[in-house]
Design a protein around this ligand. Structure first.
Ligand code: ADP
Length: 496
């Protein structure tokens, strides 16, 4: 007999939680999602929960696994032969299961797209297989017994919730784990032709407005939003924004209908990895009280990037996907102003080819003052956070944003638009004595430039600047508080 939820399965207070995602730092990362799954799982484990991560067996993930060994065979899943690879996270030691299906996951390029930036044409199959394996393991069909909670992240894992719902329909509530679906970015929806329904093993009756259908397509994101037991997103303001016509990406009706099951829980920053007093990527550690190392890191960075070594030139930074969402176009248009006022700019990023090209051009046009590095470089991201003065994040929307939190930790003052998690984490210096950065309202060049000009004005006043750095570095964005909110949510579900 399957034990009742909330009774036997919470062994010694520990909940059995399966995290399903496509990224987790340090195994595989393209953006903030990896930071969150890596750090949140570690924080939950520290809180005593029994947590396991399930990821696709990408080459770098296999290579990075500690104590790697072959796991069970899953037989044929949606027509693909699948094995499991087991091991542990190299840093937190959390158990990891990789879904090994080389024709689907062992490819060059990134987890979602080819080297030329185009999505893999079979993404619907790749992530359906991942989700199907997750659901199968979660209900305990592979002999390990059911878990208490399945926590799925973003559209790639939305189908997990649909498969679990199907299982519940046939086997009842008691034998089916509860599901939590976290939206890290509502703009990425995983939409495919309705023809995929049969391939992914869903019955036609689930292709409905009350199901996975969205404007005539199958939406994996909607599958997560519709079939999960609870929805979370990564900041309170974004949770509100996605229920509006402006921010809902067409899903606001569903999100409003599920408002009682929707929570905005702010992401945290991983202070094991982002700590200027103890960061192996930088040469000169520093703290809020002893900032002299930061000036040396700035000179180091200027040398490394081929910028003129000038202590008094405000150094602006962008560390970001180069997309419209992130307002990269606004940064590019602001370059001439920044130059005129004697500032420098470093851009580290990858993304839309038109923005990559425009960034490269800017570096060519302004040698010594603008430096651009295209690609993903984790260690350089740390050195830029340490050596810069201000971080530019003029995002059009921002579910949470982590870079602004890292910036504050490193005494690099963020310049952000008042949206999503940026609004929840940065306090404008003109609004409070405890201000931590520069906030502007509209996604227009004049509004952005006005904020940049305020940076120049304040930067000249070293005493004031340093006191703002002190406030920024003193913020507590640790995961402990957020992890506690997730634990409460899981418990609520188990006891329902
Ligand atoms: P996103 O929307 O991309 O998830 P976040 O601000 O939430 O944005 O998280 C961005 C994460 O990705 C941060 O850890 C940041 O340092 C990292 N990052 C972004 N671009 C790069 C890059 N080109 N190289 C290294 N790290 C990057």
């Amino acid at each position: 007999m399957v034990p009742a939820r909330g009774a036997v399965r919470i062994w010694g207070g520990a909940m059995r939680i399966l995290f399903v995602a496509t990224e987790a730092y340090p195994l595989i990362k393209t953006g903030g999602l990896a930071d969150v799954t890596g750090a949140l799982s570690a924080a939950l484990a520290e809180g005593g929960e029994a947590i396991r991560l399930l990821l696709p067996a990408y080459g770098p993930a296999i290579a990075g696994l500690r104590h790697r060994h072959l796991g069970a065979s899953m037989g044929t899943v949606l027509g693909w032969s699948v094995r499991l690879i087991e091991g542990y996270m190299p840093d937190s030691g959390i158990p990891v299961t990789l879904v090994d299906c080389p024709p689907l996951f062992d490819r060059p390029g990134n987890p979602y797209s080819r080297n030329d930036g185009h999505d893999w044409p079979d993404n619907h199959e790749r992530f359906a297989v991942l989700s199907r394996v997750a659901a199968t393991l979660a209900v305990g069909e592979e002999g390990a017994g059911p878990v208490d909670i399945v926590h799925a992240h973003d559209w790639q894992t939305g189908l997990v919730c649909a498969y679990l719902w199907q299982h519940r329909r046939h086997h009842g509530r008691e034998g089916t784990p509860a599901s939590v679906f976290t939206v890290h970015n509502l703009a990425f929806q995983g939409r495919f032709s309705p023809h995929v329904m049969e391939r992914i093993g869903l019955p036609v009756d689930m292709f409905s407005v009350n199901g996975v259908e969205f404007h005539g397509d199958v939406s994996y994101l909607k599958a997560g939003l519709y079939y999960s037991d609870k929805i979370t997103t990564v900041s309170p303001t974004y949770a509100h924004e996605i229920q509006t016509d402006q921010g809902g990406e067409g899903l606001q009706g569903l999100l409003l209908a599920r408002a009682n099951d929707l929570a905005g829980i702010l992401n945290g920053e991983d202070d094991r990895l982002w700590n200027p007093a103890d960061d192996p990527a930088i040469h000169y550690p520093f703290t809020a009280r002893h900032l002299s190392g930061k000036a040396l890191d700035k000179a180091d960075l200027q040398r490394e990037l081929g910028l003129e070594v000038k202590a008094d030139a405000p150094l602006f930074a962008v560390i970001s996907r180069l997309t419209e969402q992130k307002g990269v176009d606004l940064v590019l248009k602001a370059i001439s102003d920044i130059m005129e006022k004697g500032g420098q700019l470093v851009i580290l990023g990858a993304g839309d080819s038109r923005f990559e090209t425009a960034c490269r051009m800017a570096a060519k046009t302004c040698p010594g003052w603008v430096a651009v590095r295209i690609g993903l470089d984790e260690a350089l991201a740390h050195r830029i956070q340490a050596g810069s003065d201000a971080l530019l994040m003029p995002s059009r929307f921002e579910p949470c944003g982590l870079s602004q939190m890292y910036a504050m930790r490193y005494g690099t003052l963020p310049v952000v638009r008042h949206t999503g998690g940026l609004a929840d984490t940065v306090v404008d210096v003109d609004d409070s004595d405890g201000g931590t950065g520069f906030v502007f309202d509209t996604a227009t060049l004049p509004a952005f430039l006005a904020a940049v000009h305020r940076v120049f004005d304040l930067y000249r006043n070293r005493a004031v600047w340093q006191s703002i750095q002190g406030h920024a570095m003193g913020q507590d964005f640790s995961w402990r508080r957020s992890a506690e909110r997730y634990r409460r949510l899981y418990r609520e579900l188990i006891h329902q």
